[in-house]
Design a protein around this ligand. Structure first.
Ligand code: ZN
Length: 108
């Protein structure tokens, strides 16, 4: 088995790559949604290889069942139900629930 890099900078680079991939996924979605799914796949693979978590900001941008890149109002539905956010993926019709940990801070 290949020796893994012990350099702490590797994980930082991996996080940056994930960030770039999600940015590209967002931009490609309009014209080529299948490319967005590919970017999600690549980002997930990097995260798994480096054993890092994908940041919450990005983790919510894809379906956890079929790994389709999700865009609100395009291929997903967001509903709030009993203090959790329910995201329905229109590609596989499965639901992912996110707990709302802190009450939303009121702006105004
Ligand atoms: Zn799905």
């Amino acid at each position: 088995m290949k020796e893994r890099s012990r350099n702490p900078a590797t994980k930082k680079i991996a996080r940056e790559r994930i960030e770039i991939l999600f940015d590209q996924a967002k931009r490609a979605f309009g014209a080529h949604p299948e490319r967005s799914n590919r970017y999600v796949e690549l980002a997930r693979r990097i995260a798994m290889r480096q054993r890092i978590r994908i940041d919450r900001e990005y983790r919510r941008q894809f379906c956890h069942h079929c790994y389709t890149f999700l865009v609100p109002g395009k291929n997903m539905r967001v509903r709030v139900h009993r203090s959790s956010v329910v995201v329905t993926c229109h590609a596989c019709n499965k639901k992912t629930r996110y707990r709302v940990v802190r009450p939303l801070v009121q702006s105004t």
